[in-house]
Each structure stands twice: as structure tokens, then as C-alpha cells.
Design a protein around this ligand. Structure first.
Ligand code: ZN
Length: 137
């Protein structure tokens, strides 16, 4: 069994910035030379998330709105006694820090309209690191 790990690095523009990382993840799978297995996409950080969604501008705006409605800002959250981003943490926890995809015949398996996005949930622009780890043979 082989393990290939790569880090993606990029900057975000602040709250609910959506960054399409599909190409970079697929490139990492190709670089790994692994034919069959799985690829994990993980963000080390408590205010970022990895999701899949169709890359269509209307839907991306719908997603942003849904996040704001689901977990609104500033509702007297207890974490805001020591920080200002309780809603960021809560949104990140609900979305999750990782996604895992099958790798079959050297290709990441996903739906045609299922792109891979990093979601910036913090209240300010950040430098982000996403770990892509391919495991298989
Ligand atoms: Zn915090």
C-alpha cells in the first residue's frame, strides 16, 4: 500500500469565501501514481470546511445564504466572551473538516456537478493549508 501526501496552500478573502480546489485535488491524485484507493481532503483548522457542491454562481450564493440562516452571527454565543467568531466555529463543525473520495483507475470519482470546495468561515482573510492524502495501490 502506498501513501502520498500533498499540501495545498492559498489565501482566502474572508467570511464565507468559497474556493474551488477540484483541479488541485485531482492533480494530486494524478501525481500520486496511485491507481486504486481513496483520497482524503482535510483542513487543519477549526474555522474552515471541505464540502462538495455544484460550481454554479447562483447555487454558491444560495449556499452562503443557507449558512447565514442556519447559524446567524452574534446571538450571544458563549465563545464570543473570548473571541468574536463563535458562528464561524459552529458553521465549520456542521460542515465538517474533510471529505473522502474513491480513486478508481487513477482517477478521483465524483459526480459531474460535484466540485470540491474549501469554505472559509472565519471572519477575516486567512492563509490556508489543505492536506490531500491519497492511500492505495
Ligand atoms: Zn474562536
Amino acid at each position: 500500500m502506498a501513501v502520498f501526501t500533498k499540501e495545498l496552500r492559498f489565501s482566502t478573502r474572508g467570511e464565507i469565501d468559497l474556493v474551488d480546489i477540484t483541479r488541485e485535488v485531482e492533480k494530486a491524485v494524478e501525481e500520486s501514481g496511485i491507481e486504486n484507493g481513496q483520497v482524503l481532503v482535510f483542513v487543519p483548522g477549526a474555522t474552515g470546511a471541505i464540502v462538495t457542491i455544484e460550481h454554479e454562481s447562483g447555487l454558491l450564493d444560495d449556499f452562503k445564504r443557507a449558512l447565514r440562516e442556519l447559524v446567524p452571527k452574534g446571538r450571544g454565543y458563549l465563545h464570543n466572551r473570548i473571541d468574536d467568531n463563535a458562528h464561524s466555529h459552529l458553521r465549520a463543525t456542521l460542515l465538517g473538516a474533510s471529505e473522502c473520495f474513491p480513486v478508481v483507475d487513477g482517477k478521483l470519482v465524483r459526480g459531474t456537478w460535484q466540485q470540491i470546495f474549501f469554505v472559509e468561515l472565519d471572519v477575516r482573510p486567512r492563509h490556508r493549508r489543505v492536506v490531500v492524502q491519497v492511500v492505495g495501490e
